[in-house]
Design a protein around this ligand. Structure first.
Ligand code: MN
Length: 254
């Protein structure tokens, strides 16, 4: 049962969202380049050429991972939203990307029943898949690797002892994830922590903010590394975009 206070809050959100979301589309803040004019989500282009991360991550893996796997998450998410157009009215948000953030953040909430049962699985798997991969491409770059600098470097030292110890713990989380999933460096209650999630789950569903994540699904490495996930993670450190991670950290702790 919804309390009176929750009911008032929900009504207010619906009223605001109804005004905000169509406006955002009209102002071009939401891309409409998907399969249909009304598709709310689009596959973002890779921020570099598909062979930019060679030799650590091969071009064919990047092409299939982005062009087929990530695309499938986007297509399936759009399909789910098409069957449930009212979902965009549940939150007061300026864009569908922010809406996705809110939906994933409220996935486990039963208090407001904010993500309808009918699309909950699609939001978790395909929404999470889109969200995670859109982040993942930005967390890597050509000529990446090395070590973080500044405040992030200090925070890593404070939380894990030193950078090598952090890498070791992070890699262990990736190796220890049984089956498909991710390992993450997150900010939770102002502190750094390492988490692993299954499938396309994201730390925001558990109340943490992801700073850095490595995709340990076999589709991320199998062509080049086969079953050697440890070799993939070792190579992956060479493409981490620490500037992007440091920017996220600065925004989250300010
Ligand atoms: Mn993937």
């Amino acid at each position: 049962m919804m309390t009176r206070r929750q009911a008032i809050k929900t009504t207010a959100l619906v009223a605001t969202a109804a005004a905000v979301v169509p406006g955002a589309i009209a102002q071009g803040r939401i891309s409409s380049g998907g399969n249909r004019q009304t598709d709310p989500f689009t596959l973002p282009p890779l921020p570099y050429a598909s062979d930019a991360l060679e030799p650590h991550i091969d071009a064919q893996t990047m092409e299939i991972h982005h062009g087929r796997h990530h695309k499938a998450y986007v297509d399936n998410l759009n399909r789910a939203f098409a069957d449930f157009p009212d979902i965009k009215n549940l939150f007061s948000v300026p864009s569908y990307d922010v809406l996705l953030d809110a939906l994933l953040g409220n996935l486990n909430s039963t208090r407001l029943n904010s993500v309808p049962e009918k699309i909950r699985t699609a939001v978790r798997n395909n929404g999470g898949g889109h969200y995670n991969h859109a982040l993942f491409w930005k967390m890597m770059k050509e000529g990446g690797g090395g070590e973080p600098k500044g405040e992030l470097a200090k925070a890593i030292e404070m939380s894990f002892g030193n950078f090598a110890a952090f890498k070791d713990e992070f890699a262990k989380a990736g190796l220890g994830q049984f089956g498909s999933g991710w390992a993450w460096l997150v900010v939770q209650q102002g502190k750094l922590a390492i988490q692993a999630t299954a499938n396309q789950d994201n730390p925001i569903t558990q109340g943490a903010q992801p700073l850095l994540g490595v995709d340990v699904w076999e589709h991320a490495y199998y062509l080049k590394y086969q079953n050697k996930r440890a070799d993939y993670i070792t190579a992956w450190w060479n493409v981490v975009n620490w500037d992007f991670v440091a920017e996220r950290y600065a925004k989250l702790v300010k």
